[in-house]
Write a protein that binds this ligand. Sequence first.
Ligand code: TRP
Length: 340
Amino acid sequence: MNASRSSDLKPIILTGDRPTGPLHLGHFVGSLRNRVTYQSTYRQFIMLADAQALTDNMNDTSKVHRNVVEVALDYLAVGIDPAQSTILIQSQVPELAELSFYYLNLVTVARLERNPTVKEEIRLRGFERDIPAGFLTYPASQAADISAFKASLVPVGEDQLPMIEQTNEIVRRFNRMAGRDVLVEAQALVPAIGRLPGIDGKAKMSKSLGNVINLGATADEVRAAVKKVYTDPLHLRVADPGHLEGNVAFIYLDAFDPDQEGLARLKEHYVAGGLADSLVKARLETCLQDLLEPIRTRRQEFAQDRAQVMQMLKEGTEKAREVAAQTMAEVKDVLGLRYF
Ligand code: TRP
């Protein structure tokens, strides 16, 4: 069996991010790490979802444009390998927009308004009733993203679970119409560690909350961020017993310390009392610097040749477009939209 044939048989992953800013440790834990792990086992497509990003960024389209290459650099820096993963730009695959247009007839406004992710985002952005229609309906576009590639797996953070659920509802409705399984239902791959809190202890690390550590952070920025990491407000004296619950320093060590046995001993010591926060933070800083230093270096190397990165995106997009066009043709057949 030749190589291309064996890659055709691999289960397909489709995943992506809105390019609205640099990626941070929350993205790394939530999905990037999984994507690096899975890229050799699955046929992986990673989408720079610029069209989706525009649904709430029409006032700043240049931000989205600029961040396409920045997020691509983040992907390359963490170890996404274009020889194994196909990176594509959403807006340059018009079949995705076309497919969304038809999917909008397979979903109700009420169902879109009930989507918990959309609901939460509307609340965060303060849209109230002035919601861009494209924003309200982006779950249909995300269903198009996933199903156009017939992906069965989607590595994302847990906040995206309602999107996958809604995608599958559309897929099932479509397949019922077709009377056969034209489209494929997808399953989310959510990491065991769950979502990463912000350095301030808030439930989520997020750019808009200003509590992030970016993947491209300098060593000084990492050091400054670790100093600010929320620990245990009741741990006033070194001798006092410390608490692990909600203690961001330990939550980060859970996520990033390669020596989990050493970490277990550190935790015991902390809980018993007699271990200073400064020592915990020193350990955390070492872990984060060790993790981010090679990422930063690789990012700088790739950033030297942006033309090459753009070429990689062009080739990835072309390859992805062939796949999406194939699905689009099948969908149009089912809908009776073939005339000539
Ligand atoms: N909604 C995702 C986010 O905000 C980005 C995205 C667009 C996506 N299309 C996708 C994720 C398809 C997974 C699959 O980050």
